[in-house]
Design a protein around this ligand. Structure first.
Ligand SMILES: Cc1ncc(COP(=O)(O)O)c(C=O)c1O
Length: 403
């Protein structure tokens, strides 16, 4: 049970101090209790906390919207919708594309996680959601296989695109498709990174068919991958970008859906949320984006990520459990296997490694069936990250000794 936090550290109810390499589940990109975020929020609390953002403007909402328009890929007019979470950002994208196209159908990917509300869950392929227990889901969603370079089944991006094309006119009603949604790098699945030519090919397919291209950057966005948005690694411009999690640095809930203005063309009242883009969250988000820029945190994520990836690759060489190491920026994953040749998921060993790390004062998160995600605050010191990786290696050796 957590009671206090600062920088990369969190204290539990027994007074133990833990080094958090998960950023409080990928939210605290600026670390715990950043003094600048606290100051911004304190000042706002004394001025105004709520009026009626759905029907009137707040200056902070406008400023944040302008900043988001600026930093998201694509130099064209955009509209921004504010909600309170990642799932709400995805719901807004889902409703927006149905409104704009008047078409019902969506294409999403196996292994994807877009949130736990009905629309977002119906768009998700992640088995952890236990979709079958909540049936019936929102209809008109087709899940297609995500290209996973480590576990397959596709050997190339073209095979994946062919797989989509082959389903058109069969179980995917081509002319009824409104949009394709994807996490550029699948988060909950354990940072699965598709091949470098995948998104250009997928975007081309979307353009050919007149489908809207939505990226869910809720876990990957805002500098974490060493680019402002992970989709920039593929040099592809999406029509809609969803952000949440780290946007207000964990100070207050917020989500945003940033869309090409031609696509987000709904009438006032078509969609809204009482607390969406609340003032406290907006000022924290604005201050956070200033920190990101002034402290060059995107570049920093890239550089520290390279160092960490190299270190994890060295660990892989000496380890019989690590089957794959992957990452971009400070978005890193270690995939554990029972056998490097068969790649069988080392489920029990992964649980042991999370536990051994925790026993040594280190927080890392699960991802997929047998991976571990490492995603520290972008403000982490080089030495702190090295220390975290030392502890991780020690825990790994202990698990290998016990198995
Ligand atoms: C990629 C992605 N999309 C959507 C969500 C849902 O966000 P929230 O929990 O804020 O609704 C998450 C949360 O983990 C996520 O990782």
């Amino acid at each position: 049970m957590a009671t206090e936090g600062w920088g990369c550290y969190v204290k539990d109810i027994d007074g133990n101090v833990l080094l958090d390499l998960s950023s409080g589940m990928f939210v605290l990109n600026y670390g715990y209790s950043h003094p600048r975020l606290i100051r911004a929020v304190e000042q706002q609390l004394r001025k105004l906390t709520h009026f009626a953002g759905t029907d009137f403007y707040y200056e902070a909402q406008v400023e944040l919207a302008e900043r988001l328009v600026d930093i998201t890929p694509g130099k064209f007019p955009k509209h921004v919708y504010f909600g309170n979470s990642g799932a709400e950002a995805v719901e807004a994208a889902f409703k927006c594309v149905r409104w704009h196209t008047r078409r019902p159908h969506m294409i999403s990917f196996t292994g994807s996680f877009h949130g736990r509300t009905f629309g977002a869950m119906s768009l998700s392929g992640a088995p952890t959601l236990r979709r079958e227990h909540f049936a019936p889901l929102v209809p008109e969603v087709s899940l297609v296989q995500f290209p996973d370079p480590y576990r397959g089944p596709f050997k190339s991006s073209s095979e994946c695109i062919e797989h989509i094309r082959n389903r058109l006119g069969k179980d995917i009603p081509e002319e009824k498709v409104a949009a394709v949604i994807t996490e550029p790098i699948q988060g909950t699945a354990g940072y699965v990174i598709p091949p470098s030519d995948f998104y250009p090919m997928l975007k081309e397919l979307c353009e050919e068919k007149g489908w809207i291209f939505i990226v869910d950057e809720i876990q990957t966005g805002l500098g974490r991958s060493g680019k402002m948005f992970a989709i920039e690694h593929w040099d592809v411009v999406p029509d809609i970008v969803c952000v949440a999690k780290a946007l207000a640095g964990g100070i207050a809930p917020i989500g945003a859906t940033i869309a090409d203005a031609e696509v987000m063309d709904w009438e006032p009242g078509a969609h809204a949320s009482t607390f969406g883009g609340n003032l406290v969250a907006c000022v924290a988000a604005i201050e956070g984006l200033k920190i990101l820029e002034e402290q060059n945190l995107v570049k920093r994520a890239e550089e520290l990520g390279e160092m960490a990836l190299k270190r994890l690759e060295e660990m892989k060489e000496d380890s019989r459990l690590i089957g794959d190491v992957r990452g971009k920026g400070l978005l890193l994953a270690v995939d554990l296997v029972k056998d490097k040749r068969t790649k069988d998921f080392a489920v029990k060993e992964r649980e042991m490694l999370v536990r051994e790390s925790l026993n040594r004062g280190l927080i890392v998160f699960r991802g997929g069936k047998s991976a571990i995600r490492i995603a520290p605050p972008l403000t982490i010191g080089r030495r702190e990250l090295e220390l975290g990786l030392d502890i991780f290696e020690e825990a790994l050796k202990e698990v290998e000794r016990k198995c």
